[in-house]
Design a protein around this ligand. Structure first.
Ligand SMILES: [Zn+2]
Length: 486
Protein backbone atom coordinates (compact mmCIF):
# COMPACT_ATOMS: atom_id res chain seq x y z
CA UNK A 1 0.00 0.00 0.00
CA UNK A 2 1.57 3.26 -0.98
CA UNK A 3 0.43 6.47 0.58
CA UNK A 4 0.50 9.87 -1.01
CA UNK A 5 2.20 12.45 1.13
CA UNK A 6 1.48 16.05 1.85
CA UNK A 7 4.78 17.87 1.68
CA UNK A 8 5.35 20.75 4.01
CA UNK A 9 8.24 22.91 5.06
CA UNK A 10 7.68 22.00 8.66
CA UNK A 11 10.24 19.25 8.89
CA UNK A 12 12.91 21.92 8.71
CA UNK A 13 11.63 23.25 11.98
CA UNK A 14 11.93 20.00 13.84
CA UNK A 15 15.66 20.28 13.50
CA UNK A 16 15.53 23.86 14.66
CA UNK A 17 13.41 22.92 17.63
CA UNK A 18 16.03 20.60 18.99
CA UNK A 19 19.00 22.65 17.91
CA UNK A 20 18.79 25.41 20.48
CA UNK A 21 22.14 26.61 21.67
CA UNK A 22 21.89 26.70 25.40
CA UNK A 23 25.31 26.65 27.06
CA UNK A 24 26.04 23.20 28.40
CA UNK A 25 25.13 22.90 32.05
CA UNK A 26 27.35 20.07 33.05
CA UNK A 27 27.10 20.78 36.77
CA UNK A 28 23.31 20.61 36.90
CA UNK A 29 23.57 17.14 35.45
CA UNK A 30 25.08 15.83 38.65
CA UNK A 31 22.54 17.43 40.93
CA UNK A 32 19.55 15.91 39.21
CA UNK A 33 17.92 12.88 40.77
CA UNK A 34 18.43 9.69 38.83
CA UNK A 35 14.84 8.83 38.04
CA UNK A 36 13.47 12.26 38.70
CA UNK A 37 10.90 11.82 41.42
CA UNK A 38 11.54 14.98 43.45
CA UNK A 39 8.09 16.30 44.19
CA UNK A 40 7.11 19.43 42.37
CA UNK A 41 10.26 19.84 40.32
CA UNK A 42 10.11 16.93 37.98
CA UNK A 43 7.80 15.91 35.19
CA UNK A 44 5.85 12.82 36.08
CA UNK A 45 5.67 9.96 33.64
CA UNK A 46 2.01 10.76 33.08
CA UNK A 47 2.87 14.33 32.16
CA UNK A 48 5.52 13.08 29.77
CA UNK A 49 3.04 10.70 28.17
CA UNK A 50 0.45 13.45 27.79
CA UNK A 51 3.01 15.77 26.20
CA UNK A 52 4.21 12.97 23.94
CA UNK A 53 0.65 12.34 22.82
CA UNK A 54 0.15 16.05 22.09
CA UNK A 55 3.40 16.19 20.16
CA UNK A 56 2.69 13.12 18.03
CA UNK A 57 -0.64 14.61 16.96
CA UNK A 58 1.13 17.80 15.88
CA UNK A 59 3.72 15.70 14.09
CA UNK A 60 1.02 13.87 12.12
CA UNK A 61 -0.52 17.18 11.13
CA UNK A 62 2.60 19.05 10.16
CA UNK A 63 5.45 16.77 9.20
CA UNK A 64 5.84 14.68 6.03
CA UNK A 65 5.29 11.47 7.93
CA UNK A 66 5.69 8.29 5.89
CA UNK A 67 2.54 6.33 6.75
CA UNK A 68 3.76 3.24 4.96
CA UNK A 69 2.52 0.18 6.87
CA UNK A 70 5.51 -1.99 5.85
CA UNK A 71 8.09 0.60 6.88
CA UNK A 72 6.30 1.54 10.11
CA UNK A 73 6.13 -2.11 10.96
CA UNK A 74 9.82 -2.61 10.27
CA UNK A 75 11.16 0.35 12.28
CA UNK A 76 8.86 -0.45 15.19
CA UNK A 77 10.02 -4.05 15.27
CA UNK A 78 13.64 -3.03 15.10
CA UNK A 79 13.15 -0.33 17.74
CA UNK A 80 11.29 -2.58 20.13
CA UNK A 81 13.88 -5.32 19.77
CA UNK A 82 16.32 -2.76 21.23
CA UNK A 83 13.85 -1.44 23.83
CA UNK A 84 13.50 -4.98 25.19
CA UNK A 85 17.22 -4.93 26.02
CA UNK A 86 17.19 -1.48 27.59
CA UNK A 87 16.94 -0.72 31.32
CA UNK A 88 14.67 1.88 32.93
CA UNK A 89 12.00 1.63 30.26
CA UNK A 90 8.97 3.44 31.69
CA UNK A 91 6.75 3.98 28.67
CA UNK A 92 5.92 2.13 25.49
CA UNK A 93 7.99 3.23 22.51
CA UNK A 94 6.76 4.34 19.09
CA UNK A 95 8.94 4.96 16.07
CA UNK A 96 8.06 7.29 13.21
CA UNK A 97 9.68 7.82 9.83
CA UNK A 98 9.54 11.21 8.18
CA UNK A 99 10.52 11.99 4.64
CA UNK A 100 13.60 14.12 4.93
CA UNK A 101 16.87 13.97 3.05
CA UNK A 102 18.99 15.24 5.96
CA UNK A 103 20.39 12.62 8.32
CA UNK A 104 18.70 13.07 11.66
CA UNK A 105 16.83 11.35 14.43
CA UNK A 106 15.34 12.61 17.65
CA UNK A 107 13.51 11.38 20.66
CA UNK A 108 10.60 13.04 22.31
CA UNK A 109 8.52 12.59 25.45
CA UNK A 110 6.51 9.48 25.90
CA UNK A 111 8.95 7.16 24.12
CA UNK A 112 8.39 8.73 20.71
CA UNK A 113 11.36 8.45 18.37
CA UNK A 114 11.44 10.11 14.97
CA UNK A 115 13.77 8.98 12.19
CA UNK A 116 14.54 10.83 8.99
CA UNK A 117 14.30 8.72 5.86
CA UNK A 118 17.88 9.72 4.95
CA UNK A 119 19.10 7.38 7.70
CA UNK A 120 18.33 4.49 5.37
CA UNK A 121 20.54 6.08 2.74
CA UNK A 122 23.52 6.40 5.05
CA UNK A 123 23.16 3.25 7.12
CA UNK A 124 25.09 0.55 5.28
CA UNK A 125 24.04 -2.13 7.71
CA UNK A 126 21.17 -2.86 10.05
CA UNK A 127 23.58 -2.55 12.98
CA UNK A 128 24.35 1.04 11.95
CA UNK A 129 20.68 1.96 11.81
CA UNK A 130 20.15 0.17 15.12
CA UNK A 131 23.02 2.17 16.66
CA UNK A 132 21.14 5.41 15.95
CA UNK A 133 17.93 3.99 17.42
CA UNK A 134 19.77 2.69 20.50
CA UNK A 135 21.22 6.16 21.06
CA UNK A 136 17.77 7.79 20.80
CA UNK A 137 16.17 5.18 23.04
CA UNK A 138 18.84 5.93 25.63
CA UNK A 139 18.06 9.66 25.55
CA UNK A 140 14.53 8.62 26.52
CA UNK A 141 15.38 6.07 29.20
CA UNK A 142 17.87 8.53 30.76
CA UNK A 143 15.16 11.22 30.62
CA UNK A 144 17.52 13.77 29.07
CA UNK A 145 14.73 15.88 27.65
CA UNK A 146 12.88 16.15 30.96
CA UNK A 147 16.10 17.00 32.77
CA UNK A 148 17.06 19.57 30.20
CA UNK A 149 13.70 21.25 30.55
CA UNK A 150 13.90 21.18 34.32
CA UNK A 151 17.33 22.75 34.38
CA UNK A 152 16.17 25.46 32.04
CA UNK A 153 13.08 26.04 34.11
CA UNK A 154 15.39 26.70 37.04
CA UNK A 155 17.75 28.96 35.14
CA UNK A 156 15.28 30.98 33.11
CA UNK A 157 11.89 32.44 33.97
CA UNK A 158 10.26 30.55 31.14
CA UNK A 159 6.95 28.83 31.23
CA UNK A 160 8.54 26.11 29.22
CA UNK A 161 5.44 24.03 28.69
CA UNK A 162 3.71 26.97 27.08
CA UNK A 163 6.70 27.91 25.00
CA UNK A 164 7.14 24.35 23.84
CA UNK A 165 3.46 24.16 22.99
CA UNK A 166 3.63 27.25 20.83
CA UNK A 167 6.68 25.93 19.03
CA UNK A 168 4.91 22.66 18.33
CA UNK A 169 1.78 24.42 17.20
CA UNK A 170 3.76 26.71 14.96
CA UNK A 171 5.45 23.69 13.44
CA UNK A 172 2.13 22.09 12.76
CA UNK A 173 0.39 25.10 11.33
CA UNK A 174 1.26 25.63 7.67
CA UNK A 175 -0.72 28.89 7.56
CA UNK A 176 1.78 30.67 9.78
CA UNK A 177 3.49 33.68 8.29
CA UNK A 178 7.22 34.23 8.31
CA UNK A 179 7.04 36.67 11.23
CA UNK A 180 5.45 34.07 13.46
CA UNK A 181 7.96 31.50 12.26
CA UNK A 182 10.97 33.59 13.08
CA UNK A 183 9.49 34.38 16.48
CA UNK A 184 9.23 30.69 17.05
CA UNK A 185 12.75 30.10 15.88
CA UNK A 186 13.95 32.76 18.28
CA UNK A 187 12.25 30.76 21.01
CA UNK A 188 14.08 27.66 19.87
CA UNK A 189 17.38 29.54 19.83
CA UNK A 190 16.91 30.44 23.47
CA UNK A 191 17.50 26.78 24.08
CA UNK A 192 14.16 25.21 24.71
CA UNK A 193 15.46 21.76 24.08
CA UNK A 194 19.04 20.78 23.66
CA UNK A 195 21.19 17.85 24.48
CA UNK A 196 24.42 18.60 26.28
CA UNK A 197 27.67 16.84 25.55
CA UNK A 198 27.23 14.93 28.80
CA UNK A 199 23.83 13.75 27.53
CA UNK A 200 25.42 12.63 24.28
CA UNK A 201 28.16 10.67 26.01
CA UNK A 202 25.60 8.98 28.23
CA UNK A 203 23.28 8.11 25.33
CA UNK A 204 26.27 6.57 23.52
CA UNK A 205 27.47 4.67 26.58
CA UNK A 206 24.04 3.23 27.42
CA UNK A 207 23.08 2.87 23.77
CA UNK A 208 26.08 0.74 22.81
CA UNK A 209 25.23 -1.73 25.59
CA UNK A 210 21.65 -1.94 24.35
CA UNK A 211 22.95 -2.42 20.83
CA UNK A 212 25.18 -5.31 21.80
CA UNK A 213 22.61 -7.01 24.05
CA UNK A 214 20.12 -6.96 21.19
CA UNK A 215 22.59 -8.88 19.02
CA UNK A 216 23.95 -6.11 16.81
CA UNK A 217 27.56 -5.24 16.08
CA UNK A 218 28.82 -2.63 18.61
CA UNK A 219 31.40 -1.40 16.07
CA UNK A 220 28.48 -0.02 14.07
CA UNK A 221 28.14 2.88 16.51
CA UNK A 222 31.63 4.39 16.03
CA UNK A 223 31.42 3.54 12.33
CA UNK A 224 28.25 5.54 11.87
CA UNK A 225 29.57 8.42 13.99
CA UNK A 226 32.71 8.40 11.84
CA UNK A 227 30.55 8.84 8.75
CA UNK A 228 28.86 11.83 10.33
CA UNK A 229 32.22 13.30 11.28
CA UNK A 230 33.57 12.78 7.76
CA UNK A 231 30.51 14.39 6.31
CA UNK A 232 30.87 17.44 8.50
CA UNK A 233 34.52 17.72 7.50
CA UNK A 234 34.02 17.51 3.75
CA UNK A 235 30.49 18.75 3.14
CA UNK A 236 29.63 22.42 2.78
CA UNK A 237 27.43 22.27 5.87
CA UNK A 238 27.48 19.83 8.77
CA UNK A 239 24.82 17.12 8.96
CA UNK A 240 21.70 18.32 10.76
CA UNK A 241 22.10 15.47 13.18
CA UNK A 242 25.23 17.06 14.61
CA UNK A 243 23.27 20.16 15.55
CA UNK A 244 20.88 18.16 17.68
CA UNK A 245 23.46 15.61 18.82
CA UNK A 246 26.84 17.37 19.14
CA UNK A 247 29.84 15.26 18.12
CA UNK A 248 33.16 16.42 19.47
CA UNK A 249 36.25 14.32 18.72
CA UNK A 250 36.12 12.82 22.24
CA UNK A 251 32.68 11.38 21.63
CA UNK A 252 33.91 9.50 18.60
CA UNK A 253 37.03 8.14 20.32
CA UNK A 254 35.02 7.12 23.41
CA UNK A 255 32.57 5.19 21.26
CA UNK A 256 35.49 3.56 19.44
CA UNK A 257 37.12 2.54 22.74
CA UNK A 258 33.91 1.12 24.14
CA UNK A 259 33.23 -0.90 21.00
CA UNK A 260 36.80 -2.24 21.06
CA UNK A 261 36.29 -3.52 24.58
CA UNK A 262 33.22 -5.49 23.53
CA UNK A 263 33.23 -8.85 21.87
CA UNK A 264 32.78 -8.18 18.19
CA UNK A 265 30.61 -10.58 16.27
CA UNK A 266 29.97 -10.20 12.58
CA UNK A 267 26.25 -9.56 12.13
CA UNK A 268 24.51 -9.83 8.78
CA UNK A 269 21.78 -7.33 8.03
CA UNK A 270 18.33 -8.91 8.00
CA UNK A 271 16.40 -9.35 4.78
CA UNK A 272 13.80 -6.91 6.11
CA UNK A 273 16.44 -4.20 6.61
CA UNK A 274 17.51 -4.52 2.98
CA UNK A 275 13.90 -4.45 1.77
CA UNK A 276 13.15 -1.42 3.98
CA UNK A 277 16.25 0.40 2.76
CA UNK A 278 15.49 -0.12 -0.90
CA UNK A 279 11.79 0.67 -0.44
CA UNK A 280 12.54 3.93 1.40
CA UNK A 281 15.04 4.87 -1.30
CA UNK A 282 12.80 3.83 -4.18
CA UNK A 283 9.44 5.12 -3.00
CA UNK A 284 10.22 7.99 -0.64
CA UNK A 285 13.57 9.29 -1.82
CA UNK A 286 14.06 12.89 -2.81
CA UNK A 287 13.16 13.68 -6.44
CA UNK A 288 16.69 14.87 -7.18
CA UNK A 289 18.15 11.61 -5.87
CA UNK A 290 16.06 8.78 -7.33
CA UNK A 291 16.91 5.16 -6.70
CA UNK A 292 20.08 4.78 -8.71
CA UNK A 293 21.43 1.68 -10.35
CA UNK A 294 24.64 1.88 -8.31
CA UNK A 295 23.27 0.29 -5.15
CA UNK A 296 21.25 -2.28 -7.09
CA UNK A 297 24.29 -3.31 -9.14
CA UNK A 298 26.37 -3.60 -5.98
CA UNK A 299 23.73 -5.80 -4.33
CA UNK A 300 23.31 -7.91 -7.44
CA UNK A 301 26.93 -9.00 -6.87
CA UNK A 302 26.44 -9.37 -3.11
CA UNK A 303 25.18 -12.09 -0.77
CA UNK A 304 21.90 -13.97 -1.18
CA UNK A 305 19.89 -11.44 0.81
CA UNK A 306 21.32 -8.51 -1.11
CA UNK A 307 20.58 -10.21 -4.41
CA UNK A 308 16.95 -10.71 -3.42
CA UNK A 309 16.64 -7.10 -2.22
CA UNK A 310 18.11 -5.94 -5.55
CA UNK A 311 15.39 -7.86 -7.41
CA UNK A 312 12.76 -6.22 -5.23
CA UNK A 313 14.42 -2.85 -5.94
CA UNK A 314 14.11 -3.44 -9.70
CA UNK A 315 10.39 -4.12 -9.26
CA UNK A 316 10.05 -0.82 -7.36
CA UNK A 317 11.86 1.03 -10.16
CA UNK A 318 9.38 -0.29 -12.73
CA UNK A 319 6.39 0.28 -10.46
CA UNK A 320 7.41 3.88 -9.79
CA UNK A 321 7.77 4.42 -13.56
CA UNK A 322 4.22 2.99 -13.90
CA UNK A 323 5.59 0.16 -16.06
CA UNK A 324 3.21 -2.26 -14.38
CA UNK A 325 3.60 -5.21 -16.75
CA UNK A 326 7.36 -5.23 -16.37
CA UNK A 327 7.03 -4.83 -12.60
CA UNK A 328 4.58 -7.73 -12.48
CA UNK A 329 6.83 -9.99 -14.57
CA UNK A 330 9.77 -9.32 -12.28
CA UNK A 331 7.75 -9.77 -9.09
CA UNK A 332 5.93 -12.97 -10.06
CA UNK A 333 8.87 -15.36 -9.51
CA UNK A 334 9.73 -13.67 -6.21
CA UNK A 335 6.18 -14.08 -4.96
CA UNK A 336 6.04 -17.68 -6.20
CA UNK A 337 9.06 -18.54 -4.09
CA UNK A 338 7.73 -16.70 -0.99
CA UNK A 339 3.90 -16.57 -1.25
CA UNK A 340 3.33 -15.06 2.20
CA UNK A 341 6.05 -12.39 2.05
CA UNK A 342 4.29 -9.09 2.93
CA UNK A 343 6.78 -6.94 0.94
CA UNK A 344 5.98 -8.89 -2.22
CA UNK A 345 2.23 -9.21 -1.56
CA UNK A 346 1.91 -5.49 -0.85
CA UNK A 347 3.76 -4.65 -4.06
CA UNK A 348 1.67 -7.03 -6.14
CA UNK A 349 -1.51 -5.52 -4.66
CA UNK A 350 -0.34 -2.05 -5.66
CA UNK A 351 0.47 -3.27 -9.17
CA UNK A 352 -2.99 -4.88 -9.44
CA UNK A 353 -4.69 -1.71 -8.23
CA UNK A 354 -2.54 0.34 -10.59
CA UNK A 355 -3.97 -1.76 -13.42
CA UNK A 356 -7.57 -1.71 -12.09
CA UNK A 357 -7.45 -5.38 -11.22
CA UNK A 358 -8.86 -5.22 -7.70
CA UNK A 359 -10.61 -8.59 -7.99
CA UNK A 360 -7.28 -10.26 -8.66
CA UNK A 361 -5.71 -8.60 -5.63
CA UNK A 362 -8.64 -9.64 -3.43
CA UNK A 363 -8.53 -13.30 -4.40
CA UNK A 364 -4.77 -13.47 -3.95
CA UNK A 365 -4.87 -11.88 -0.50
CA UNK A 366 -7.83 -13.97 0.66
CA UNK A 367 -5.82 -17.10 -0.03
CA UNK A 368 -2.77 -16.07 1.97
CA UNK A 369 -2.53 -18.20 5.08
CA UNK A 370 -2.29 -16.22 8.31
CA UNK A 371 -3.55 -13.01 6.75
CA UNK A 372 -5.86 -12.40 9.74
CA UNK A 373 -2.90 -11.88 12.00
CA UNK A 374 -0.90 -9.64 9.69
CA UNK A 375 -1.95 -5.98 10.05
CA UNK A 376 -0.09 -4.89 6.89
CA UNK A 377 -1.94 -7.44 4.76
CA UNK A 378 -5.25 -6.66 6.48
CA UNK A 379 -4.90 -3.05 5.36
CA UNK A 380 -3.99 -4.22 1.86
CA UNK A 381 -7.08 -6.40 1.64
CA UNK A 382 -9.35 -3.63 2.97
CA UNK A 383 -7.87 -1.23 0.44
CA UNK A 384 -8.45 -3.74 -2.38
CA UNK A 385 -12.07 -4.22 -1.24
CA UNK A 386 -12.63 -0.45 -1.31
CA UNK A 387 -11.09 -0.19 -4.78
CA UNK A 388 -12.98 -3.28 -5.92
CA UNK A 389 -16.35 -1.76 -4.90
CA UNK A 390 -16.95 -4.19 -2.05
CA UNK A 391 -17.08 -1.65 0.79
CA UNK A 392 -19.08 -3.85 3.18
CA UNK A 393 -16.28 -6.42 3.13
CA UNK A 394 -13.75 -3.64 3.69
CA UNK A 395 -15.71 -2.38 6.69
CA UNK A 396 -15.72 -5.82 8.32
CA UNK A 397 -11.92 -5.84 8.30
CA UNK A 398 -11.61 -2.20 9.28
CA UNK A 399 -13.89 -2.42 12.34
CA UNK A 400 -11.45 -4.94 13.75
CA UNK A 401 -8.38 -3.10 12.52
CA UNK A 402 -9.33 0.31 13.95
CA UNK A 403 -10.23 -1.36 17.24
CA UNK A 404 -6.80 -2.98 17.58
CA UNK A 405 -4.85 -0.12 15.91
CA UNK A 406 -6.73 3.05 16.94
CA UNK A 407 -3.63 5.20 16.39
CA UNK A 408 -3.16 4.36 12.73
CA UNK A 409 -4.75 7.03 10.50
CA UNK A 410 -4.67 4.60 7.53
CA UNK A 411 -7.37 2.44 9.13
CA UNK A 412 -9.71 5.37 9.84
CA UNK A 413 -9.25 6.88 6.40
CA UNK A 414 -10.08 3.59 4.68
CA UNK A 415 -13.05 3.08 7.02
CA UNK A 416 -14.37 6.54 6.11
CA UNK A 417 -14.06 5.68 2.40
CA UNK A 418 -15.84 2.36 2.89
CA UNK A 419 -18.66 4.00 4.88
CA UNK A 420 -19.05 6.72 2.23
CA UNK A 421 -19.32 4.09 -0.49
CA UNK A 422 -22.02 2.34 1.56
CA UNK A 423 -23.95 5.58 2.08
CA UNK A 424 -23.42 5.44 5.85
CA UNK A 425 -22.97 9.16 6.42
CA UNK A 426 -22.80 9.16 10.24
CA UNK A 427 -20.23 6.36 10.25
CA UNK A 428 -18.19 8.15 7.63
CA UNK A 429 -18.16 11.38 9.68
CA UNK A 430 -17.20 9.51 12.85
CA UNK A 431 -14.28 7.80 11.09
CA UNK A 432 -13.09 11.11 9.64
CA UNK A 433 -13.33 12.59 13.12
CA UNK A 434 -10.91 9.95 14.43
CA UNK A 435 -8.46 10.70 11.65
CA UNK A 436 -8.64 14.43 12.42
CA UNK A 437 -8.23 13.83 16.15
CA UNK A 438 -5.07 11.82 15.46
CA UNK A 439 -3.58 14.91 13.87
CA UNK A 440 -4.65 17.14 16.74
CA UNK A 441 -7.57 18.85 14.97
CA UNK A 442 -9.89 18.36 17.91
CA UNK A 443 -12.35 21.19 17.14
CA UNK A 444 -13.09 19.78 13.73
CA UNK A 445 -13.24 16.23 15.07
CA UNK A 446 -15.83 17.24 17.69
CA UNK A 447 -17.82 19.07 15.03
CA UNK A 448 -17.97 15.99 12.81
CA UNK A 449 -18.98 13.78 15.72
CA UNK A 450 -21.78 16.22 16.64
CA UNK A 451 -23.00 16.05 13.06
CA UNK A 452 -22.84 12.25 13.18
CA UNK A 453 -24.75 12.25 16.47
CA UNK A 454 -27.53 14.39 15.00
CA UNK A 455 -27.90 12.04 12.03
CA UNK A 456 -28.60 8.88 14.00
CA UNK A 457 -31.73 7.90 15.93
CA UNK A 458 -32.33 9.78 19.15
CA UNK A 459 -31.30 7.66 22.11
CA UNK A 460 -29.67 4.97 19.94
CA UNK A 461 -26.52 3.12 20.85
CA UNK A 462 -24.66 4.90 18.07
CA UNK A 463 -25.67 8.25 19.44
CA UNK A 464 -24.50 7.30 22.92
CA UNK A 465 -21.19 6.18 21.45
CA UNK A 466 -20.64 9.40 19.47
CA UNK A 467 -21.61 11.57 22.45
CA UNK A 468 -19.26 9.67 24.76
CA UNK A 469 -16.47 10.15 22.26
CA UNK A 470 -17.19 13.89 22.10
CA UNK A 471 -16.78 14.03 25.90
CA UNK A 472 -13.44 12.22 25.66
CA UNK A 473 -12.14 14.59 23.00
CA UNK A 474 -13.27 17.61 25.06
CA UNK A 475 -11.22 16.30 27.96
CA UNK A 476 -8.25 15.88 25.68
CA UNK A 477 -8.77 19.45 24.50
CA UNK A 478 -8.70 20.67 28.11
CA UNK A 479 -5.46 18.81 28.72
CA UNK A 480 -3.83 20.16 25.58
CA UNK A 481 -4.83 23.76 26.35
CA UNK A 482 -2.18 23.95 29.05
CA UNK A 483 0.48 23.32 26.39
CA UNK A 484 -0.94 26.05 24.21
CA UNK A 485 -0.80 28.85 26.79
CA UNK A 486 2.27 30.98 26.66
ZN1 LIG B 1 21.99 12.40 20.99
Amino acid sequence: MSIRLRKTVMSVLFGALLAGNLPAQADSQDRLPDIGTTAGSTLSINQELAMGDFYVRQLRAGAPLINDPLLSNYINQLGNRLVKRADSVRTPFHFYLIRNDEINAFAFFGGNVVLHSALFRYADSESELASVLAHEISHVTQRHLARSMESQQRSAPLTWVGALGSILLAMANPQLGMAALSGTLAGAQQGMITFTQANEQEADRIGIQVLQRAGFDPQAMPNFLQKLADQSRYASKPPEMLLTHPLPESRLSDARNRANQMRSTPVQSSQDFLFAKIRTFGMYGSPDRPLSDDLLEQWEKGNVREQLAAKYGRVIQFYQAKKYDEARNRLQPLLASAPTNPWFLDMMTDIDLGQNRAAQAISRLQNVSGIQTNPVLQLNLANAYVEGKQPAEASKILYRYTYSHPDDPNGWELLAQAAAARGLRAEELAARAESLALSGQLDQAIQLLSNASSLVKLGSLEQARYDARIDQLRQLQQRFRQYQKS
